[in-house]
Design a protein around this ligand. Structure first.
Ligand code: VG1
Ligand code: CO
Length: 543
């Protein structure tokens, strides 16, 4: 193989964030930009000579270009085989499964997830390790170090691979296999859930709408929901992945999936509504007349997971990210299993899943998943909901009410202030840190601060410490506020304010969330000075 060595100099700011490197497409289009990052990955990750690499993305603009670059670079860097999804498509959970199933050394997932796509929008590259999960901080740290000193990248001269035709091609010494991006994943889902039970209720009139938001889950959802489970054609809407996601902002929340929400609150609502994000790892669940917050969804699924065949009798533990509500903790306590609290980002669940300490994990940002892969998995969550509803013969709303009547309800909301000035955002966080020692004992309206800290996580498996993972203010009545800056944005800073208040089972279980959280919202403003620091009087998105 004739390896071409291309001299280069480092680019600033190639730090992988919460979920990989995310920048504007224009940034990725600079000569050498993607190559520098990919070479830095290849230079530091663990791989034996002749290793297998998985490559796939969410189909957004620039996906095919980077795939071709990555294939040539993989050939020059000693990989023996690349597995790439047909059309360059692999949802994030499907990529995780393919890495595990074919014992790859890792994979490049090309996605900026829920961020908009198109020539003026976002692109991203993420590396997952051999367990199928996002590279842990030790690895992303090494990648960043490498990007700072990189002076060459390696490639070969070869024509583009035909990504649309299944089968194998040789690229110099490398074998590139284009595989069906859906089949392996759909087969895996059949091994986890009771498809017969779901088919039965579908046949007897149970209806659904799945909004794939013109992003990657369309082909997966059509195959699984319509072809294998028998939902009517057209159940999946926005089912074709488009390079610009049809102009959608594929973030499955009440703002960006508003059409679905409106349908579910109307008289024409089907039994369940669901949506997923750009790369297929998030899920939104709305019952007829009932929105389920992601934090509640985690708790409700954990409480019922043993209904699904693959999970019968084997719930080992639950994990949630720190800003996710404590609803799951109550389920864990009732079921006598441990509950782990990790920093934001799926990479922190990997060790717990590998060690068998937890079976189900979730984040307040609409991510739920289990030990079947090492990523959050949007369609998996939808299928688990379907499995539970089908077997129990219950509606989403009834299941929610029943859950709260047993465990109480954690009223929960997240307020996002997007694209704010970085200086203001940093000043706000610095101001919070400076107050931590003085806050305990102070009162804000009806609330008295019990504890205030900056969240630090010690991984129970490898002992690694991740500090500075968000500011928590815990009040004496058990309610809390959390603030942190997003690590997935590409413009300015995004402040996330997480609000939570517990209402016991004998309390008011069906109140308006905004009303229930008024005292916490006011306390957050008083403590953090959000208006003064950001110039915003209201959040851009409330989820
Ligand atoms: C956000 C979410 C986090 C999630 C991450 C990746 O991160 O808060 O829970 O794991 O996105 O999700 P941040 O740093 O912006 O808060 V995905 O679906 O965009 O890959
Ligand atoms: Co995503």
């Amino acid at each position: 193989t004739q390896i071409v060595t291309v001299p280069t100099t480092p680019f600033d700011g190639q730090a992988p964030g919460t979920s990989g490197l995310r920048k504007k497409v224009k940034v990725f289009q600079q000569p050498g930009y993607a190559e520098n990052f990919i070479q830095s990955v290849f230079d530091v990750v663990e791989r034996a000579p002749g290793a297998v690499l998985v490559i796939g993305g969410d189909g957004r603009y620039h996906n095919r270009t980077v795939i071709q670059q990555a294939i040539r670079m993989a050939a020059a860097n000693g990989y023996a085989r690349v597995l790439v999804g047909q059309g360059g498509i692999l949802s994030t959970p499907a990529a995780s499964h393919v890495i595990r199933k074919y014992k790859a050394s890792g994979g490049l997932i090309l996605s900026a997830s829920h961020n908009p796509a198109g020539p003026d929008e976002d692109f991203g590259i993420k590396y997952n390790i051999a367990n199928g999960g996002p590279a842990p901080e030790s690895v992303t740290g090494a990648m960043l170090e490498r990007t700072r000193v990189i002076d060459r990248w390696l490639t070969v001269e070869a024509p583009d691979v035909d990504l649309d035709t299944l089968g194998e091609t040789a690229v110099r010494g490398l074998t590139v296999q284009v595989l069906d991006p859906v089949a392996d994943y759909a087969d895996l889902m059949e091994t986890l859930f009771d498809f017969d039970a779901i088919r039965k209720v579908v046949a007897s009139g149970f209806t659904m709408r799945m909004d794939s938001m013109s992003a990657v889950t369309g082909p997966y959802a059509v195959e699984i929901l319509e072809r294998r489970l028998g939902f009517a054609p057209g159940t999946v809407v926005n089912a074709v992945p488009l390079e610009d996601f049809g102009g959608h902002h594929p973030d499955p929340n009440l703002i960006h999936a508003k059409e679905l929400y409106d349908l579910m609150m109307s008289e024409d609502a089907p039994d369940i509504g669901a949506a997923s994000d750009g790369d297929g790892d998030r899920n939104l669940i709305i019952g007829r007349g009932r929105f389920i917050t992601p934090s509640d969804s985690l708790a409700m699924l954990a409480a019922n997971i043993e209904i699904a065949p693959a999970y019968r009798g084997r719930l080992a533990g639950i994990a949630r990210s720190m800003p996710t509500s404590a609803a799951a903790d109550r389920v864990a306590e009732a079921l006598g299993v441990p509950c782990f609290e990790t920093p934001t980002g799926w990479k922190f669940f990997g060790n717990l899943l590998d060690a068998g300490k937890v079976t189900i994990c979730g984040e307040e940002s609409a991510g739920t998943g289990s030990d079947h892969v090492r990523e959050k998995d949007g369609l998996w969550a939808v299928l688990l909901w379907l499995n539970v509803l089908a077997v129990r013969g219950i509606s989403v709303d009834d299941l929610a009410r029943e859950h709260w009547a047993r465990f109480g309800r954690n009223y929960y909301a997240r307020h996002d202030f997007e694209g704010i000035a970085t200086e203001g955002a940093n000043a706000l966080m610095d101001g919070l840190k400076a107050q931590l020692a003085d806050l305990p004992g102070k009162t804000f309206g009806p609330l008295t601060v019990q504890v205030a800290d900056s969240f630090s996580y010690t991984d129970p498996v490898d002992g690694s410490v991740s500090a500075n993972q968000g500011i928590r203010v815990l009040f004496e009545d058990g309610s809390r506020i959390v603030m942190r800056l997003s690590g997935t944005g590409t413009q300015g800073a995004t402040l996330r304010l997480y609000l939570e208040r517990y209402e016991p089972s004998f309390g008011d279980l069906d109140a308006d969330t905004g009303v229930m959280l008024q005292a916490q919202i006011a306390a957050a403003e008083a403590i953090a000075g959000i208006v003064a620091h950001t110039g915003r009087t209201a959040p851009d998105v409330i989820t």
